[in-house]
Structure formats: C-alpha cells, structure tokens
Design a protein around this ligand. Structure first.
Ligand code: PMP
Length: 380
C-alpha cells in the first residue's frame, strides 16, 4: 500500500492537489477570502437566493419554532410539520404525486439506487454522470454499464443485449459541462426496457423551464414513470438538502427501504422552512431566470469574440476547456490576481486532458460583472 505522503506528493507533482478556500463572508457575487475581496463566478447559487432576506428570515423563524436540530431520523421522531409541508409543496411544484426529503443530493442518489436495485439488476450510466450517481451504483452492487455521453443510439444498442428491468440514470444538466441530457430519448428507451430513469436535476431545478420546474419542464416532459426525479435544495434554491419526487409507491418504497433516508438525522426543520421561502421566490420571480439567460448570452457572445473554446451549454454552467491541469490552474491563478474567483476543475472530476475553468453565473450578477470577467479572460 502507498504511503499517504507519497500519494500526496504525487498529487502535488501532477497539479492535482486540491486546496480549500476559507470564506470570511457569505456566498455571493463578492466573497471575502482572507484580505481579498473577489468577484465570484463559482457558486451554484444560480438564482442568488442563498442571501435573500426573506429566506434568512424564514430560517430564523424556523429555528425559533423548532430549534436548531431535528434531533432524530424521520422514522423515529425527527419528521416535523416543516418537513411534511415542504414535501407537499415540492410534489406540487414538480407535478409529482409525492416527494421525499433527503439530507443531501449525494445521499438521495445512493438511497434511490440501493432501494430499487440489487446485484441481479443492471444500471446504465452516462459516462459524465456526477460522482454520487457512480457511487450509488457501487453501493447497490448492481451490474453497471457506462454509455458514451448523451448517446441515446449507443444506449439503445447496449439495451438490446441486456435483461429487462433495471435503471438508467443521468445528470439532467451535466455538472461540469452544463449541457442538457436527451431525457425524452432516454425515457423512451427505459419504458421499452421496463426500466426506470433516474433524472438528477441538481443543476436544472429552479433554473430551467418557464416556472423553474427544471429540465423536464424545459423539455416539455411530464414527471411520470419511468422517470424518477432527484432535485437538490443547495444550488438554485440556495439552502441545503435534496428530494426525490415520483409516484406514491416509489416514495413509500424509499421510506421503507432507502438506507440513506432511514439511518440518518433529518434535516434541521429550520432548513425546511428556509427552502419553503425560497421555493415561493423560485415560483414567483421568473425575472431571475430571464436575467440568468441574458447574462449567459452576453458571456457566450463575448467569449466567442475572444476565440475561447466553449461547450454547447445553454445553462449558467459555462466551462472554458483548457486541456492540462497545469493550464487550468495557471488560468485560475491569473484570474485571482485580477480579483476574480473561478475554479480550475481537473481530473478525476473531469476526463483527462479536459481540465477547465468552470464559470457559473447567478441572477445576482450584473452585466458589468460579466464584462469584467471577459476583460480578464482576454488577458489570459
Ligand atoms: N448531483 C449533481 C449533478 C451534483 O452536481 C451534486 C452536487 N455537486 C449532487 C448531485 C450532490 O448534491 P448535494 O450537494 O446536495 O449532496
């Protein structure tokens, strides 16, 4: 077995060492890191709600009413009225019969897959799926096949030789590329196969669709079997947590069988109250989604003029692919010297040779911020 020090040195030598920033401020357009104030393009707070006074007030009132911790798991005594009402509101918002809260998106993906499949089942994953979907299949001990990115035709070929049933799973908006999965094609294949389609809409919920219902709404698809929706509450909704939405029998099965639901403390009820407030804003303030679209269009037009390599992303995730880990780190560092915070994303988070700057926009940004970013990118 390698010594820990040897492994850490190798990571450093390969520019793969990861370090954390320590934020002194709240998340937002400007963040404070040590003595620096930086213009940030790296949060997933796409609608600018993590700091909204209405959401903060709901959080405070929730803490006054329920205290700061749930004190138990949902099936013991941790399931409060706040959780219960939020589940009903999430079901209504997504158009599902029911929704079930999980503490994180990572745990929701693990819970769904291990509750619905076992080692006799097959799981099919897009090659660029988020790590939590990959880890979920490992935990389920099912047979996993990874298909080429967004390639419905290739998956159809693979399924011809596969047993019926099982689970197809995909990011709806790919977390590092920002592109949208071909959900209609995948749902069609899953139906023909008597399989389910687990759609991880961590980055689409709140952002896409006229009402912010996410990628399914954007594509004009209903939330109905074979689709199972997983949405997160720590990105566009600005708070924390996750949920799974679907039909009655699915949700009851998860309550009975999903170990990452059963054996963990419920979210603080105050978090659920904060999410309820942010969900109201997501529903009512469509201008936030319009603003994001305008900012993304401005960025893409400017970046194309600069000759930067962009991906086919219509979402607030706008990567600039640079190739080596070294190039991505150097670019991130040069932006930092100009007061701009954009992370370098390196393998294994993205495939070898595709290290990149991952730029994300928020409705809290203004056009002048996009212009400042473009000026800095022009000087790279
Ligand atoms: N799925 C995707 C596609 C994600 O990007 C993330 C978060 N990075 C998750 C799931 C996990 O969600 P959470 O942060 O709530 O655990």
């Amino acid at each position: 077995m390698k010594t820990l020090e040897a492994d850490l040195s190798r990571r450093r030598a390969q520019n793969l060492y990861r370090e954390r920033l320590v934020l002194e401020s709240s998340q937002g357009v400007e963040v404070r890191v040590g003595a620096e104030t930086l213009l940030s393009f790296c949060s997933n707070d796409y609608l600018g709600l993590a700091n909204d006074p209405r959401v903060i007030a709901a959080f405070q009132q929730g803490a006054q009413r329920y205290g700061v911790g749930a004190g138990a798991s949902h099936l013991v005594s941790g399931h409060s009225r706040a959780h219960h009402v939020l589940e009903e509101e999430l079901a209504d918002f997504t158009g599902a019969a029911r929704a079930l809260l999980f503490s994180t998106g990572y745990m929701a993906n693990l819970g769904v897959m291990s509750a619905l499949t076992d080692r006799h089942d097959a799981i099919f994953e897009d090659r660029l799926n988020h790590a939590s979907l990959i880890d979920a299949a490992r935990l389920a001990r099912a047979r996993v096949t990874r298909y080429p990115h967004a390639d419905v035709a290739r998956l159809a070929d693979i399924l011809k030789h596969a047993p019926r049933g099982g689970l197809v799973t995909t990011d709806a908006v790919f977390s590092m590329d920002g592109d949208i999965a071909p959900l209609a094609g995948l749902a069609g294949l899953a139906s023909e196969q008597d399989a389910r389609l687990l759609v991880d809409d961590a980055h689409g919920l709140g952002v896409l669709g006229r009402n912010g219902r996410g990628t399914l709404e954007h594509l004009g698809m209903p939330l109905a079997p074979p689709v199972i929706l997983m949405g997160t509450l720590g990105k566009a909704l600005g708070v924390f947590g996750a949920f799974v939405a679907g039909e009655e029998a699915l949700i009851e099965t998860l309550i009975q069988r999903a170990r990452t639901y059963i054996y963990t403390t419920a979210l603080p009820p105050a978090v659920a109250e904060a999410v309820r407030a942010s969900l109201r804003i997501v529903r009512e303030e469509g201008w936030r989604r319009d603003r994001l679209r305008t900012l993304v269009a401005r960025f893409r037009a400017g970046a194309e003029r600069l000759g930067l390599v962009l991906l086919a992303s219509p979402t607030p995730i706008q990567p600039v692919v640079l190739g080596t880990a070294e190039a991505a780190l150097a670019a991130s560092q040069r932006l930092r010297e100009q007061g701009i915070l954009v992370p370098a994303i390196r393998p294994p988070t993205v495939p070898e040779g595709s290290a990149r700057l991952r730029i994300t926009f928020s409705a809290a940004h203004e056009e002048k911020h996009v212009d400042r970013l473009l000026e800095a990118l022009a000087m790279l």
